[in-house]
Write a protein that binds this ligand. Structure first.
Ligand SMILES: [Zn+2]
Length: 209
């Protein structure tokens, strides 16, 4: 039964983490140095992909690992709130936006149909509109591309867009300008088992590992 697996997993976790380091982490509070924006996709859990330990990563997950632009209204901006906490309270040294291959959110943008019809009022649609500009640019650059190639290019372009959007938050700009915060675009290419990073000078993704 799937839920029993979680309970068994928790018992393992308790055995593994009932160690002095974990107790110390609980007692002292978290002070991760890296915040990572990743997709909710069940295959791209940053802690598993990078083999991180408790306390290492402040993880923000959403559909298609998007950073929306800074919008100063009173709507419920979950991703912006988590970023604010990471950047202004935890004072992380780095924010990594990690996109990935075969992203369902991006697939819905490039016209690959979703597994089931979306509800009439779709939160996915309005959320994904944050990547609409990335999609339009990608389609203009690759007018002949098939949906899969277009999806891959759009997954990467939306990372560029998210990095631009990060720089619309005043507290990100302030710390980047002060040299105390680095922002990075990574792409987990599950298809080829590779990790790519956006070279911010060339604008291209290069293999990291
Ligand atoms: Zn995804």
């Amino acid at each position: 039964m799937p839920l029993q697996k979680l309970i068994d997993g928790f018992r393992d976790f308790k055995n593994r983490n009932g160690q002095p380091e974990f107790r110390q982490l609980v007692a002292q509070g978290q002070s991760p140095k890296i915040a990572i924006v990743a997709c909710s996709d069940s295959r791209v859990d940053p802690a598993l992909v990078f083999g991180s330990a408790p306390g290492d990563l402040f993880v923000i997950r959403n559909v298609a690992n998007l950073v929306p632009p800074c919008e100063l209204d009173d709507a419920h901006h979950g991703t912006s709130a988590a970023l604010e906490y990471a950047v202004t309270q935890l004072m992380v040294d780095h924010v990594v936006v990690m996109g990935h291959a075969q992203c369902g959110g991006i697939a819905s943008l490039v016209g690959i149909s979703t597994p089931r019809p979306l509800p009439e009022h779709s939160f996915i649609k309005s959320w994904m509109s944050a990547a609409e500009g990335a999609f339009l640019r990608t389609r203009a650059q690759h007018p002949e591309a098939d949906p899969q190639s277009l999806g891959r290019a759009c997954e990467q372009e939306s990372i560029r867009q998210s990095l631009d959007n990060l720089m619309t938050f005043p507290w990100v700009v302030e710390r980047v300008k002060a040299g105390t915060l680095g922002i990075h675009g990574w792409y987990f290419d599950m298809t080829n088992e590779a990790l790519l990073a956006l070279d911010q000078v060339s604008g291209e993704f290069e293999v990291l590992g």
